[in-house]
Design a protein around this ligand. Structure first.
Ligand code: PEP
Ligand code: MN
Length: 300
């Protein structure tokens, strides 16, 4: 017996992703996170440490990010690591540190959630939930993140096609949540000189296929500090709606991904890039919301 509900859906759904498709919505969407826009017309810089390590390191990183023109902070409290013996993040303590730093600086933050069991806790602190490359097809996690109603930063799976990436976004959208920002972070290829190969063509391709904003992570793409600026320029030039960049006050001491983190001496160049490259591409730089003086409840 055919399921009548499925019959109805099949009539309506004609593609593996509908809600995120540009087919029904030609105008590109703007997703707003704590007052910060991601979308056409702006280039939004998100910057911060790969991992939250201490309150001081997180605050120093946030001040570096703000000084370079970042509108949002990034930082992992739950870290997906290839080895079980590596640093896996501070968990809830890391979330509290990020919340404190947000309240003091006014920078909204994005942080990764790895497990459906942690979604509510992470959502009670974060302005935006990150689904990382390794979890792009964790469908239970996509649904749970979508159901929070918080904006979701969906990284491309390292071996995912563009179509698989957009179908993953559809899982979030299907929960009634269209506040999704896609992030190209490099894919696995045979090339060994970089950590991943930045698929720069994915940016204009997803902008044709979907109305969602798309940003580029030049840090996890190249895996090398010396490639962050060239890849960032390429990303903005090709039309990326923003960048998410790793930085650290002392990269040589970083507990995670130090070799790709920008250092304090790189901040002037990052600020220059944010002043000049978006203008060349005919767009404005998104600015951070003002810090609240009360130091609490700045999350919007
Ligand atoms: C990260 O941004 O910290 C991260 C782990 O990224 P990815 O999922 O792209 O490897
Ligand atoms: Mn990292």
């Amino acid at each position: 017996m055919p399921d009548s509900r499925l019959e109805v859906r099949r009539d309506f759904v004609t593609a593996p992703y509908e809600l995120v498709s540009a087919k029904h919505q030609r105008d590109r969407s703007t997703v707003t996170v704590g007052g910060v826009p991601f979308g056409p017309g702006t280039v939004t810089l998100v910057a911060g440490p790969c991992a939250v390590e201490t309150p001081e390191q997180t605050m120093e990183s946030a001040l570096m990010a703000a000084a370079a023109g970042a509108a949002m902070l990034r930082g992992g409290a739950y870290k997906p690591r290839s080895s079980p013996y590596s640093f896996h993040g501070l968990g809830e303590d890391g979330l509290k540190i990020l919340s404190d730093v947000r309240d003091e600086t006014g920078l909204p933050f994005v942080t990764e959630v790895l497990d459906t069991r942690d979604v509510d806790l992470v959502a009670s602190h974060a302005d935006m939930l990150q689904i990382g490359t390794r979890n792009m097809q964790n469908f239970a996690l996509l649904r749970a993140a979508g159901a929070t109603g918080l904006p979701v930063l969906l990284k491309r799976g390292m071996s995912a096609t563009v179509e698989e990436w957009l179908m993953a976004a559809e899982y979030v959208a299907e929960q009634g949540n269209l506040d999704i920002v896609l992030c190209e972070r490099g894919i696995r290829t045979f090339e060994k000189s970089t950590r991943n190969t930045l698929d720069i063509s994915a940016v204009p391709i997803v902008q044709q296929l979907t109305h969602l904003p798309v940003i580029v992570d030049p840090s996890h793409s190249g895996g090398r500090r010396d490639l962050v600026f060239p890849l960032s320029r390429a990303a903005v030039a090709v039309g990326s709606d923003g960048l998410i960049v790793d930085l650290h006050p002392r990269p040589e001491e970083a507990l995670c991904d130090g070799p790709q983190a920008l250092a304090p001496e790189d901040m002037a160049e990052l600020a220059g890039l944010m002043r000049e490259v978006p203008l060349l591409a005919g767009r404005l730089v998104a600015t951070a919301p003002a810090a609240t003086s009360s130091g609490e409840g700045s999350r919007r």
